[in-house]
Design a protein around this ligand. Structure first.
Ligand code: FBP
Length: 338
C-alpha cells in the first residue's frame, strides 16, 4: 500500500467536506511545531534542555525548560498562519491573542505543550495534547470565557507522543487515526486508520500510591480488579502507570485498557488533577471516536460545561465496558447516599 502522508490525508478530509481549509492548515502547523519539539526532546542533556526553567506556571508548578521551549514553539508557529483567533496553554494564565500584524482566523487552539513533565529528565515518553474549537461569531479579541465550550463542540483533537517513535493521533469527529513520523522524509505518515479500542480489557492504569485517599466506590472497584480470578470480577487484571497521560492513553489507543485519575481527598478542593480544556476533553474525544468511553466517574466528560480555562476534573477513560463498571459503582454509591 502506498504510504499516505498527513498532508494527503488532510486533503482527502477536505475533499470529503469533513474539514475546511483553515482547520486543515491549523493541523499542518501544529504537526510541524511538534516535529520541532520532537527534535528538542530528542537532544536531551546534549541540547541543554533538561532540568528546571526556574519559573512557575499558573498551576503553581515549577516549569521545566522543555515546558517553556515547547510552549514558545507552538505559540510562534501558530501566530502568523491566519487560522487562529487566539490560543491558550497549560503554561499561560490567560489566552494568547494573535499579534495585530497577522491576519486572524476563526479557530481557538488549546494545548498542553509538554505533558508528563515529571518524566522529561528521566527519558520517559512525554507529549503534546491539543484541542480545537470554533471562535464564537463576532468575537475579535477572544477572552477566556470564549474558550469555555463543552467538549462535544471540539472540531479537532490530537496528541503527539515523543517516545521511541514520534506518533501523532488525531480526530475530527470521523474516527481516530494514527500517524508515525518518518524521520528520513521528515513527515508524518498514516500508520493506522479508523482505530477501534476493544470494549473489554484486563489492563488498568492508576497511581496506586493515592489509594488511601480515594472515594469508597474507587476503593471497591480497584479492590475487585486486584482480587483477580478469585474475586467478584472472576479474571486477573494487570497494571501499568507511566505518569505521562499521553503515553498511558496511547497504550490504550494501541491495545485497549483503562486509565483513571479519580478524585481523592488530596485533590478534592481542586476538583481533580487533570485539566478539562487541554487534557480531559481532547483525550475523551479521541477515545470516544475510537469506540471507547470517557467519564468523570459520574458523567460523560464531553458534556461538561467548563467553568475555567485551567479547571481540573476526574478522568476515567478507555475500554467502554470497563469504564461503565467503574462509573456505575460511583453513580450507584451516590444514589445510595441519596
Ligand atoms: P503535566 O505534566 O502536563 O502537568 O500533566 C500531568 C501529569 O503528568 C499527567 O501526564 C499524568 O497522567 C499525571 O500528571 C501523573 O500524575 P502523578 O504524578 O500523580 O503520577
Amino acid at each position: 500500500m502506498k504510504p499516505v502522508s498527513l498532508i494527503q490525508f488532510l486533503i482527502e478530509e477536505r475533499r470529503a467536506g469533513r474539514i475546511n481549509a483553515e482547520l486543515s492548515l491549523l493541523i499542518e502547523v501544529v504537526a510541524r511545531a511538534c516535529k520541532r519539539i520532537a527534535v528538542a526532546t530528542n537532544k536531551g542533556a546534549l541540547g541543554g534542555v533538561l532540568g528546571e526553567a526556574g519559573t512557575g506556571n499558573i498551576q503553581g508548578e515549577a516549569q521545566k525548560k522543555l515546558d517553556v521551549i515547547s510552549n514558545e514553539i507552538l505559540l510562534e508557529a501558530n501566530a502568523w498562519g491566519g487560522h487562529l483567533a487566539a490560543c491558550a496553554s497549560e503554561e499561560m494564565e490567560d489566552p494568547q491573542p494573535i499579534p495585530d500584524m497577522y491576519p486572524k482566523g476563526n479557530h481557538l487552539l488549546m494545548f498542553d505543550p509538554l505533558d508528563g513533565s515529571s518524566n522529561i529528565d528521566v527519558n520517559i515518553s512525554v507529549g503534546t495534547i491539543f484541542s480545537v474549537l470554533r471562535c464564537p461569531d463576532g468575537v475579535v479579541e477572544p477572552r477566556a470565557e470564549h474558550f469555555l465550550q463543552p467538549g462535544t463542540t471540539q472540531l479537532a483533537a490530537g496528541y503527539v507522543v515523543y517516545g521511541p517513535a514520534t506518533v501523532l493521533v488525531l480526530t475530527f469527529g470521523h474516527g481516530t487515526h494514527e500517524f508515525t513520523l518518518d524521520r528520513e522524509v521528515g513527515s508524518f505518515t498514516l500508520s493506522r486508520r479508523d482505530i477501534r479500542i476493544p470494549d473489554e480489557t484486563a489492563e488498568f492504569a492508576i497511581n496506586m500510591s493515592n489509594q488511601r485517599h480515594w472515594e469508597a466506590p474507587m476503593q471497591r472497584y480497584i479492590g475487585e480488579l486486584l482480587a483477580g480470578k478469585e474475586g467478584p470480577r472472576g479474571k486477573d487484571f494487570n497494571m501499568r502507570w507511566v505518569a505521562s497521560m499521553v503515553a498511558d492513553v496511547h497504550r490504550i489507543v494501541t491495545r485497549g485498557g483503562v486509565f483513571y485519575y479519580p478524585l481523592d481527598a488530596k485533590i478534592k478542593d481542586k476538583g481533580g488533577k487533570l485539566r478539562i480544556m487541554y487534557e480531559a476533553n481532547p483525550m475523551a474525544f479521541i477515545i470516544e471516536q475510537a469506540g471507547g468511553a470517557a467519564t468523570t466517574g459520574r458523567q460523560r466528560i464531553l458534556e461538561l460545561q467548563p467553568t475555567g480555562l485551567h479547571q481540573r476534573v476526574p478522568v476515567f477513560l478507555g475500554s467502554k465496558k470497563e469504564i461503565e463498571v467503574a462509573t456505575h459503582y460511583h453513580v450507584e454509591a451516590d444514589g445510595a447516599q441519596g
